[in-house]
Design a protein around this ligand. Structure first.
Ligand code: TYM
Length: 345
């Protein structure tokens, strides 16, 4: 077994965990745990940047932990825990609030999207959110962070914070973390609108596939997924890198999205998928997509439901994970405090 470095990644417990979270992130977490030391976090501190009902937050935290386990993360090898239970995250985030610049945060597109028009009423936590994310990663000096494409800007900010910290204090302490944006589904789009990201907050249930959807829901959602009247794109839609051309992506976003989802679920390349289904009507392709979705997601959903009924087990995994995470983060936080000049009598 090779150890290529240390991975950290997080998922917010804000409900409606969906196929984008699975294909863009969690599925990669599972594959990467063999090659890296892996730390996977349910980021409850991030969740409360938008108000959460306490009861629902607790349930959603267990839901994400259950999803990690059901997807195949091995809690004896990798660390699974919830962020609020390791105080180094909040501690380091404060230090980073003082390193990060207003100008940097002002450029964050996720804040703009989430705060919407009513910016004055957004929480200060939502604004400082990327600083906490940098703290999550750097509290473990993680070298790599697997995420979907939408987190790329936050990871650039994490590098900026690490670099400024190192410069400000004249040290070579924090690593410049590399994003791992892997696979054919780094940006899964809404099933109702191929120009919008599949998201937890979309009001339409039909816009996303939930990890706990059963066969009937999967079939219905795939059948109703928006497409265009043309058949499945064929090999002519590919460029020299054997990926779908930018023109086809722009003209047929829904069709391209379904091809991406199918390819990832079936563990095959885009080229293999268009070779197999190119020229066929979408109704046939959707049947194949439903079959592979039921085959791949069905067991995960069933296991998630089983685990969510076993709170004791999930809580024990989180507790053990928090202890192991703290054992890594605490010494790092202490070193940072020394670098900054905090007296530790
Ligand atoms: P969150 O909870 O929104 O999403 C969890 C992961 O799922 C990915 N993702 C997607 N991938 C492909 N297509 C989509 N439609 C899609 N939607 C979401 C996200 O990119 C992410 O990898 N800020 C983070 C959580 C976080 C974090 C961290 C991540 C907090 N601290 C430190 C990495 C490292 C977030 O809101 O993810």
């Amino acid at each position: 077994m090779t150890n290529k470095g240390r991975i950290f990644s997080g998922v917010q417990p804000t409900g409606n965990l969906h196929l984008g979270n699975y294909l863009g992130a969690i599925r990669n977490f599972v594959n990467l745990q063999h090659d890296y030391e892996a730390i996977y976090c349910v980021v409850d501190l991030h969740a409360i940047t938008v108000w959460q009902d306490p009861k629902v937050l607790r349930a959603n935290t267990r839901e994400i932990a259950a999803a990690f386990l059901a997807a195949g993360i091995d809690p004896t090898k990798s660390i699974i825990f919830n962020q609020s239970q390791v105080s180094a995250h909040a501690n380091l985030a404060w230090i980073f609030n003082c390193v990060s610049r207003l100008g940097w945060l002002n450029r964050m597109t996720q804040f703009k999207d989430k705060a919407g028009k009513n910016r004055e009423n957004a929480s200060t936590g939502l604004y400082a959110y990327p600083n906490l994310m940098a703290a999550d990663i750097l509290a473990y000096k993680a070298t790599h962070v697997p995420v979907g494409e939408d987190q790329k800007q936050h990871l650039e900010l994490t590098r900026d914070i690490a670099q400024k910290f190192n410069n400000d204090f004249g040290v070579d302490y924090f690593p410049l973390t590399e994003p791992l944006i892997l696979g054919t589904s780094t940006r899964v789009m809404s099933l109702r609108d191929g120009t919008k990201k599949m998201s937890k907050s979309d009001p339409s249930e039909y816009s996303r596939i939930s990890l706990m959807d059963g066969p009937d829901e999967l079939q219905q959602k795939v059948r109703k997924a928006k497409t265009d009247p043309l058949p499945v794109p064929d090999l002519e839609a590919l460029d020299d890198k054997r990926e779908i051309t930018a023109d086809v992506k722009a003209e047929r976003p829904e069709a391209v999205n379904l091809i991406g989802i199918f390819s990832t679920l079936a563990n095959q390349t885009t080229e293999e998928t268009v070779k197999e289904y190119g020229g066929q009507p979408f109704s046939d392709f959707k049947k194949a997509l439903t079959d592979v979705a039921v085959e791949r997601l069905g067991p995960i959903g069933t296991e998630m439901k089983r685990l969510m009924a076993d709170e004791g087990h999930v809580d024990a995994v989180l507790k053990d994970g928090a202890e192991r995470a703290a054992a890594i983060a605490e010494p790092i936080l202490n070193e940072v405090q020394d670098i900054v000049g905090f007296l530790r009598p």
